[in-house]
Design a binder for this molecule. Structure first.
Ligand SMILES: [Zn+2]
Length: 90
């Protein structure tokens, strides 16, 4: 009989092939929601949304774009923001 926790919808069901060739049911925690742009609210491409244990295995460049406001703003909003800051400093 399945355990009570596995009946819950908070864990996702993954079918894995074990070395014997049989399919086994595994239960994994769901991935967190995607990161969104702080200005326009669009989902950010190039920003991983994984559990911290899996995020730890990724390299720094795989986690978010390496540019100013990378991982915070989308490319369009960061371009506008950089221009805005440059014009204020004149
Ligand atoms: Zn944006």
């Amino acid at each position: 009989m399945t355990q009570r926790i596995h009946k819950s919808n908070s864990l996702r069901t993954v079918y894995k092939k074990v070395p014997g060739g049989a399919l086994k049911t595994h239960y994994e925690a769901r991935n967190p929601s995607k990161a969104h742009c702080a200005i326009c609210g669009k989902p950010l491409p190039g920003v991983e949304s994984k559990r911290s244990a899996k995020l730890k295995k990724l390299s720094k460049t795989e986690k978010r774009p390496s540019r100013p406001y990378g991982g915070m703003l989308c490319s369009y909003c960061s371009r506008k923001k950089i221009i805005e800051v440059a014009r204020k400093n004149l």
